[in-house]
Design a protein around this ligand. Structure first.
Ligand code: ZN
Ligand code: ZN
Ligand code: FE
Length: 762
């Protein structure tokens, strides 16, 4: 055949194109269009050359970009013409290794339909094999040590494939062609049940044996894809209470796992959007409305109208849930405030005290990734809001609306994540946790080292919070040879929301959270900011009050009630009815004196702390173990449908002030007149939403801006967010709320990255 009528093209494909069946897809596509050539993986993604009739080439390139396999994300295709060589046949070549790695690693993916069918098929050689996977599903991020994504660079390197697995692995027509974690009962990882002493519990089927323990009411630690989880029957009060006691977690609701949508349907009422997301391959925990008749132990989620529910995320979970045949509490394998355990030795030491037995296996987890959490909101339409972005989502890249030098943003303190960026891409790592102890700091450092290696980013710039005491800040300051960019906390919140929507501003942001250091040294947390990615101006805030005893006020919400009462009633704060009986009058008096004098009582504009104050007035928890818990309980208490709203006047001086003293007086008046706390809570939410919307509208007009941003941890509150967004939309503003990243401090790092990039650019 003459080569004169033939054309040849070299194409480079970038994006998530490794470990997702991309090369067999190219092979098949080339076959369908009768093209010769080759394809291979390299550090930047996939490189290929194809040769054949011009028309066929054009059609091939179009399908290459638009019909990729399920897990692939094609970001870019660069094609260049070459001289035809007369090559025949099509080959998949070995990976090339030169230059720097930039291929994107996929997040971990729940088992696909085909793998599940084999898992339950008694005739299949992988019947009940807990590590079944293929190019369309299975572990990725948590087992990859480096790129290119090839078996020797994953935690599967120790397992030599048997002949049958090897044949699949090498067959381009197989669903397991180059599926790096490919394994079977003959050659792959195995699962064991061990006692807390570390000794193996003898059983023919470790998963069935673990299920038997769970059915009998015991606590079992389960090695999941991104770390250990602690499981027990969700319908047995004694087991759940015991798990709470051993974990040292007294209040926070536990997440639940059920075997399928049918079983979930007995616990929660799922909307169509929730149903879709809970079954999605990312398998997040979805917060959904609890059914009144749900057969659950009271200790699972005391007082919460919502339950965090999920479906099995690995074959092992599918088997365990099927064998147990009851919904399980599935909680992160850690003690309160520690990162999730993911190494086996560590799990035994740390979880041996909590669990009666551990269901373990010998496929190492290279990096931890806790379960992700999502909650749905209706802002115009039903949509998910990320509360914790981790397993299933990390490390998918999130674009930046501008180009960044190689940089690392270190995040804040609570719910820490970090973010790497380079060019127009940013990668936010898995949830690290509250960066307050050595364990978490170690996880933070390890996570950064891993991601830097994976995406070949050597940061020349480090972005950090302004708070000098955050471990994330000290980490940034200690790294040598880099340029430092300090980013104010609430500016980072605003920038994160703008940037993930592909925007640079300007906008007016209402940024409400627990705490963040302000540029004036005060503790901010009820901020109205005007500006863009590069800089903001503080144009309004909540009226400041004292934080009596500093951090102690975060753990004891009643202290904030005391502080707000002093502010609202001219320095008078008699112990209110909702708090009397739970707080010693003498301590109340001492705290009042502390707030009056200002000793050890910094100034704060935090809306999170205002929520604490109102919670305490409404008779909720005298002390909490976790920042924001009282606010969550106050939202849960609020009477749905109540339209009344407490006043929240705007005082217009240099900057706008939301004067919540009036709000507090109205609450006290209502409660002492016998109004139910549920109504008071709803009226508080409504008043705050209305006042915020009025303030933002006013400022938008003053600054000639049409875009509003609502973010900060307080906006995880559905009642507040929905009403506030609705009012702003009605006022003609375009409302942006975070979507891919949490409104809480889990989104801070990405915002810091956007601000640093903008400052360095402009
Ligand atoms: Zn599969
Ligand atoms: Zn095998
Ligand atoms: Fe914050």
């Amino acid at each position: 055949m003459s080569t004169g009528t033939r054309e040849r093209v070299r194409a480079r494909v970038e994006g998530v194109v490794q470990g997702v069946g991309f090369r067999p897809f190219v092979h098949r596509l080339a076959g369908e269009h009768a093209l010769a050539g080759w394809v291979r993986n390299d550090e930047r993604g996939v490189l290929l050359e194809v040769e054949g009739a011009g028309e066929a080439l054009a059609r091939f390139l179009e399908r290459l970009a638009h019909e990729p396999p399920p897990l692939a994300v094609v970001e870019r295709v660069y094609a260049e013409p070459l001289r035809a060589t007369g090559e025949h046949g099509f080959q998949i070549l070995r990976s090339g290794r030169s230059g720097e790695p930039a291929a994107l690693v996929s997040p971990d993916v729940a088992p696909c339909r085909d793998c599940l069918a084999e898992l339950w098929d008694p005739r299949d050689r992988r019947h009940r094999y807990p590590f079944i996977n293929c190019t369309n599903c299975g572990p990725r991020f948590t087992i990859v040590r480096a790129v290119p994504y090839d078996r020797p660079l994953t935690t599967m390197s120790a397992f030599e494939m048997c002949a049958a697995c090897r044949a699949e692995y090498e067959d381009p027509a197989s669903r397991r062609f180059h599926a790096q974690p490919n394994a079977c009962p003959v050659c792959g990882p195995t699962v064991r049940l061990i006692a807390r002493s570390g000794e193996t519990i003898d059983s023919e089927d470790a998963i069935a044996a673990a299920a038997a323990l769970l059915r009998a009411g015991q606590i079992v630690a389960v090695k999941g894809v991104g770390g250990y989880q602690l499981a027990c029957r969700a319908d047995e009060q004694r087991a759940v209470t015991e798990l709470r006691r051993r974990k040292g977690r007294e209040q926070k609701p536990f997440a639940l796992m059920a075997r399928d949508l049918g079983a979930l349907g007995a616990l929660v009422a799922l909307t169509p959007g929730e149903r879709e997301l809970v079954s999605a391959r990312e398998r997040p925990i979805v917060l959904a409305a609890r059914l009144p008749g749900a057969l659950l132990a009271a200790a699972v989620a005391p007082g919460s109208p919502h339950l965090g529910v999920m479906l099995p995320s690995t074959p092992l979970h599918h088997l365990l849930l099927a064998d147990t045949d009851t919904a399980l509490v599935m909680s992160s394998g850690n003690l309160s405030e520690e990162p999730i355990a993911h190494r086996d030795d560590d799990a035994l030491t740390r979880l041996g005290e909590v669990a009666d037995a551990l269901l373990v296996h010998d496929r190492p987890i290279h990096v931890a990734a806790d379960d992700s959490v999502v909650r749905f909101f209706t802002v115009e339409r039903e949509r998910p809001l990320m509360l914790r972005r981790s397993r299933g989502y990390a490390p998918a890249s999130i674009p930046l609306p501008l180009s960044a030098p190689p940089l690392l943003a270190c995040g804040a303190e609570l719910k820490n994540t970090f973010c790497l960026a380079k060019g127009s891409r940013a990668w936010v790592g898995a949830h690290v946790g509250d960066l307050k102890n050595w364990e978490t700091l170690r996880a933070f450092r390890a996570g950064i080292a891993h991601l830097e290696a994976l995406f070949a980013v050597e940061p020349t710039v480090l972005a950090h919070d302004l708070h000098p005491d955050y471990l994330s800040t000290s980490y940034a300051l200690a790294r040598e040879g880099v340029e430092l960019v300090g980013v104010q906390h609430h500016h980072a919140h605003l920038a994160a929301c703008l940037a993930e929507h592909g925007e640079r501003g300007p906008a007016i942001g209402a940024i409400y959270d627990g705490a963040g250091l302000g540029t004036d040294g005060a503790i901010w947390g009820g901020e109205l900011l005007a500006g863009d990615l590069q800089r903001v101006e503080r144009v309004g805030h909540l009226r400041p009050v004292r934080l009596p005893g500093g951090d102690a006020a975060v753990r004891e919400p009643w202290r904030m009630a005391c502080s707000w009462l002093l502010a609202a009633f001219d320095g008078e704060a008699p112990l209110p009815a909702g708090i009397a009986g739970r707080v010693d009058p003498e301590r109340w008096g001492q705290v009042a004196a502390l707030a009056r004098s200002g000793t050890a009582s910094p100034i704060t504009t935090s809306v999170g702390r205002l929520f604490d104050a109102v919670s305490a007035l409404c008779g909720i928890g005298a002390s909490v173990h976790e920042e924001g818990r009282a606010a969550a309980q106050l939202e849960a208490l609020a009477a749905p449908g109540e339209q009344g709203a407490y006043p929240l006047p705007l005082v217009d001086a240099d900057v706008l002030e939301l004067d919540a003293r009036e709000t507090v007086r109205a609450i006290v008046r209502d409660l002492s007149a016998g109004v139910r706390p549920a109504l008071a809570s709803a009226r508080f939410h409504n008043g705050l939403a209305d006042g915020t919307a009025r303030a933002v509208s006013l400022l938008a007009e003053r600054h000639g801006v049409r875009t509003a941003v609502l973010s900060g941890g307080v906006f995880q509150n559905r009642m507040l967010l929905e009403r506030c967004a609705e009012e702003l939309t009605r006022a003609g503003l375009r409302v942006l709320i975070p979507r891919q990243l949490p409104p809480n401090d889990g989104g801070i790092a990405y915002g810091q990255a956007a601000v640093a990039a903008a400052r360095l650019q402009g």
